[in-house]
Design a binder for this molecule. Sequence first.
Ligand SMILES: [Fe+2]
Length: 331
Amino acid sequence: MTGINGIETVIYGVEDVATCVRYFVDFGLPLIEHNERDALFELEEGSSVILRPLTDAQIEGQKLQGFGVQQVIWGVPSQKYLDRLVTKLRAVTEVKFDVDGTARFFDCDGIACGLRLYNKRDIRGAPDPVNSYGNINRLNVQRKWRLKANPKTIEHIVFQVSNPQASWEWYRDNLDFRLSDIQEGFGVFARAAGTNAHHSIYWLRADLPFPGCDGNTRFNHVNFGVEDLDEVMVGANYMERKGWQKSVWGLGRHRIASSVFLYLPCPAGGDAEYGADSDALDDSWIPRTWNSQFGTMSFMHNLQPWIFDETTWEIKFVEGTTPKGKSSSHD
Ligand SMILES: [Fe+2]
């Protein structure tokens, strides 16, 4: 697959580096080095998480506000492809190069981004087979026991922006992203073309009546990939034992992407999400538009008031992605 192959690095701007180092070590990220002003974690796939004091992490001219990720470096598989993207980008925004060859630019929301060669490593997973009635996949074999979570990948990032549709179109036109799904009234999910992730980025409407949404462009969360639902919950229990704040929603599964989720409040800003068992997509996927509540979850541990009642089962294919003359409705 040609195209951006994932998030190579996220750079957080934080209030207290030492507390955030402790948090992400407990969360399960491998710490490579740190001092009072800087910390580097490197995940097994080769991606990095960098922590810095907010003023050091911010880039002059950025429109992103508050703590959390201040810079996203997207990975590209070859110099040829990087050059091609830079040529495209230069038609719409200024692009500068670091000494290490990283191309730097602002996206349409004023979020500081980069493009860098990324030799992403394949991760081996061996999730325990699942037993069900009449379908024995583990006979005299127990499931894996873990002490804590060990996320191996960065799956996606989420920002709160004023116009998710405009953000999506900018990434489609300038970075070759693919549309995954639209959550009506809430936001847009898009995939970097060089990955099979359901989404590499989600833009959530900044003016929704949710905590932390105040109309400004803000970081929301990063999703870190673990092997399965058990690892999600072992990680959550470990974080609780270490004294970190509990998840508000608890364990759940989204309908959009079919993914298992658990969002933990993060002292580095926003949430840190444990993610597992997501749908995988390629260019054969036909994007859908979802009723926002229906798409949010098939279950969650702590039902929230805005999603307490059963919602309308509503899903349809996005206009323009189905053959002409055929119904685009699922119902
Ligand atoms: Fe997420």
